[in-house]
Design a protein around this ligand. Structure first.
Ligand code: HEM
Length: 429
């Protein structure tokens, strides 16, 4: 399904998106790790204070947005067997997103606030992407139309959030409040909405691909429609909560979002409901390794997504920083990171033209991610309950959490590289 001649043109377009996203996730994670060290008391690691704002820019605009755009440009035309309508426009959208990140970087190191030009250029890039996606979605697919609803909703959320940031930046210039980049809404909902487009795009891609990956005939459509209905409701509630800081609004948003995630998980059999024992018995070697890799990553990712929404709901009640940090990073690293680690090896063959061997994979990257999030959770709890205000040996141990994610990224890239190198060697024989 993933490797075909007809896709060469689309692959070329996705390549710079995917490569840049990988570079940004490394850079953003290194900045995040240094930020974490400074929060845990290693003050001398703070070089330029504003540089920490680049963590969010690199991870959300650089890594998430570019990756999801790259995946969208590759997968959505492929789902309906057509070529991407305009490669030129897709490259232009890439250039605009990179330009917006460059402007944000200059802004972080200078005394100028360049938030408005940066956000505006980003909005232009995102608008091109949204236009191309909506144009492609109008072509009726042969199967599984419901996937398009999630993809369409994801594009609308990305566009709205991007426009929201342009309006915020313009309002800040008109009436400076000093609180750059934040509105009057609930801060937790704002960050959740920042990541929701990626979650919805993943749902769309999973709805379409999981039947063939997991071996069931088709998803439970009615349940998927319930999930989509709850998804739309949660987007409306999330947007309202970004605008008005109202406890009940933010909590209802979390409850409805959780409902959408649970029903989606049931619709595509992530936690059972479909007996795959026979499949597992019949599959062997490469196909079995691939199947087990997909199931393991899917389940873990969904567990982190549940946990993230529960942490967000708890943050709205207790207001502790720990819960905010866990809500953001269970979703960012636990759900998005693990799901992307699941899909990247499946997407690389059409991009590189080389097969990835799942039998050559190991569990080190996943182990490092789980260890990192476990240490982060412990560190956050201890920081709050023991009221750590000076650096001690425990805080040094917790500082490793960020670096473990960086190590996981290295282990992942090395693992993929080695699994493809084997193929090259075989080809040369
Ligand atoms: C090595 C892995 C990472 C480390 C060590 C790290 C560290 C941090 C730290 C210390 C903060 C500030 C405290 C807080 O608000 O929680 C933060 C905030 C944040 N991080 Fe990360 N992070 C990592 C990965 C990621 C990833 C992969 C993403 C997104 C895909 C992400 C998105 C965010 C966002 C959106 C915020 C909130 C910023 C704000 O409130 O202005 N992080 N991170």
């Amino acid at each position: 399904m993933w490797l075909s001649e007809s896709n060469v043109k689309i692959n070329k377009v996705s390549k710079p998106f995917i490569i840049s996203a990988v570079v940004f996730v490394f850079a953003g994670s290194i900045i995040g790790s240094i930020w974490m060290m400074s929060l845990l008391g290693a003050e001398h690691f703070v070089f330029v204070h504003n540089s920490f704002s680049l963590h969010k820019t690199f991870q959300v605009d650089g890594f998430l947005t570019l990756l999801i755009m790259g995946i969208g440009y590759m997968i959505v035309p492929r789902f309906r067997n057509v070529q991407l309508s305009s490669s030129g426009l897709a490259y232009l959208s890439f250039t605009l997103i990179i330009l917006s990140i460059v402007i944000s970087t200059i802004s972080a190191f200078s005394h100028e606030t360049l938030l408005l030009p940066s956000n505006f250029v980003q909005f232009l890039g995102v608008s091109i992407f949204a236009g191309i996606m909506i144009w492609t979605l109008r072509i009726h697919p042969r199967l599984l139309r419901t996937a398009d609803y999630f993809i369409g909703l994801s594009v609308v959320v990305l566009l709205f959030v991007s426009l929201f940031h342009v309006i915020l930046a313009a309002a800040e210039i008109a009436e400076p409040s000093g609180d750059i980049g934040s509105g009057n809404g609930n801060i937790m909902s704002e960050v959740q909405m920042l990541m929701l487009f990626a979650v919805l795009m993943i749902f769309g891609v999973e709805y379409k691909t999981l039947p063939s990956f997991l071996g069931f005939i088709k998803p439970r459509r009615k349940l998927a429609m319930v999930s989509f209905g709850l998804g739309i409701t949660s987007v409306i509630l999330g947007i309202s909560s970004m605008l008005y800081s109202e406890f009940l609004l933010a909590e209802t948003f979390n409850v409805v979002l959780l409902g959408s995630v649970i029903t989606f998980g049931r619709a595509v059999y992530i936690f059972g409901g479909f007996d795959n024992r026979e499949i597992l018995r019949v599959l062997q070697d490469e196909r079995k390794a691939r199947y087990s890799y997909i199931v393991r990553h899917l389940r873990l990712a969904f567990l982190f997504l549940f946990a993230s929404i529960i942490m967000a709901a708890a943050f709205n009640i207790f207001g502790t920083f720990v819960l905010y940090d866990l809500a953001v990073h269970y979703a960012a690293i636990g759900f998005l990171g693990i799901t992307i680690a699941l899909y990247l090896p499946l997407m690389l063959p059409p991009i590189t033209g080389r097969i990835v061997h799942f039998t050559k994979f190991n569990s080190l990257p996943l182990f490092l991610i789980i260890a990192a999030l476990a240490i982060r959770t412990l560190g956050d709890i201890m920081m709050t309950s023991l009221q750590l205000d000076s650096i001690n040996s425990a805080s040094y141990a917790f500082m490793t959490s960020g670096w473990l994610v960086v190590a996981a990224l290295f282990a992942f890239v090395t693992m993929i590289h080695r699994s493809m190198k084997q193929e090259e060697a075989i080809n040369e024989l």
